[in-house]
Design a protein around this ligand. Structure first.
Ligand code: ADP
Ligand code: TRP
Length: 322
């Protein structure tokens, strides 16, 4: 059995890009018989950027609801809120004392924002140490993350190795698992779909607002009767990721022949989004309307996580001679 662990930032309701690029692949990993997944919502990390408690709390719930709506199995796996386990902050302190200053000064997450040092809080600076504590507290074997997190992963490995060098093999040195499939979901403007570009599609919305997002997809100005190139069209780019293979090849032909307008394509895309995500949409809304049930799920996850976390922290405390 391998333990896979990953943290999910609490940045808002997951959009179609997050769902296809991270959430569904994560659930696929968690479902594998020889894996046990620890997935958590990294709301402590969010505090480096978001200070509004309501925003952090809402984001946490909507991320949790999305993972549950797509069927993450919380019996087999452990799904929790980072802040429910303050043990991680203690381990972070111990790791801090094994982290050379230049290592952190070299982190992209800090360097990207270090132009005005007065705007950098210590939380942002030590972000990779908290991330290492997230990983090392739970004896994680594999950490599936995007390539942008590779440097943080390497730092976690360095901290574990330095610690083990001093005290013996107490911490599991984790391995990064970088998805090689480059699935980049395009947004409504053709750039990578991202919250920060405001070009996303939120499949959990009701028909009316969802339609508004689909209708906002940018197309060229070819007339209805003109033949069109599906491969340069933002509508088709999304349609091919969510429709069945036969529907995709049918639409491809319609584009090439002409007499098929972007309005038609958008209508077809909207229909697929409404139909194929009906169950997760209903489930998402059910969870969001019952925050108590969400809290309960996350509390159960925290309890399971705590068993593993306190054991690892116990070994560490013991070694440190407190
Ligand atoms: P955003 O850019 O909207 O802020 P994040 O950076 O929080 O999204 O990404 C969360 C996860 O979703 C990451 O694993 C990331 O690789 C994945 N992801 C985000 N946008 C896309 C996209 N457009 N296509 C595929 N995967 C994506
Ligand atoms: N830093 C990660 C991100 O931005 C989120 C994260 C926090 C994480 N702690 C983690 C990922 C531990 C993997 C393991 O996506």
């Amino acid at each position: 059995m391998s333990r896979i662990l990953t943290g999910i930032q609490a940045t808002g309701t997951p959009h179609l890009g997050n769902i296809l690029g991270a959430l569904l692949p994560g659930i696929e990993l968690a479902n594998q018989a020889n894996n046990e997944a620890f997935f958590f919502i990294a709301n402590l990390h969010s505090l480096t950027a978001i200070k509004d408690p309501e925003v952090i709390s809402n984001n946490t719930y909507s991320v949790a609801a999305a993972w549950l709506a797509f069927g993450l199995d919380t019996n087999k796996n452990t799904f929790y809120r980072q802040s429910d386990l303050p043990e991680v902050c203690e381990l972070m302190w111990h790791l801090n004392c094994f982290t050379p200053f230049p290592m952190l000064a070299n982190a992209h997450s800090f360097k990207d924002k270090s132009e005005t040092l007065a705007d950098v809080n210590a939380g942002l600076f030590t972000y990779p140490v908290l991330m290492a504590a997230d990983i090392l507290l739970y004896d994680s074997d594999y950490v599936p993350v995007g390539k942008d997190q590779r440097q943080h992963l390497e730092m976690a490995r360095d901290m574990a190795t330095a610690f083990n060098h001093q005290y013996g093999d107490l911490l599991v040195v984790p391995e990064g698992k970088y998805d090689e499939r480059v699935m980049i979901v395009p947004g409504t403007d053709g750039r990578k779909m991202s919250k920060s570009y405001n070009n996303f599609i939120n499949i959990f919305l009701d028909e009316k607002p969802l339609k508004k997002q689909v209708m906002s997809i940018i197309t060229d100005s070819l007339a209805l009767e003109d033949p069109k190139d599906p491969d340069t069209c933002n509508v088709f780019g999304l349609y091919k990721l969510v429709a069945e293979a036969n529907e995709v090849s049918e639409m491809r032909k319609k584009y090439q022949v002409g007499g098929f307008g972007y309005g038609h394509a958008k209508k077809a895309l909207l229909e697929v989004l409404i139909d194929s995500y009906k169950t997760p949409r209903d489930e998402f809304n059910r969870w969001m309307n019952d925050k108590g049930a969400l809290d309960e799920q996350l509390a159960l996850g925290a309890e399971k996580a705590r068993k593993v976390g306190t054991a690892a922290l116990g070994r560490v405390r013991n070694a440190l001679g407190y």
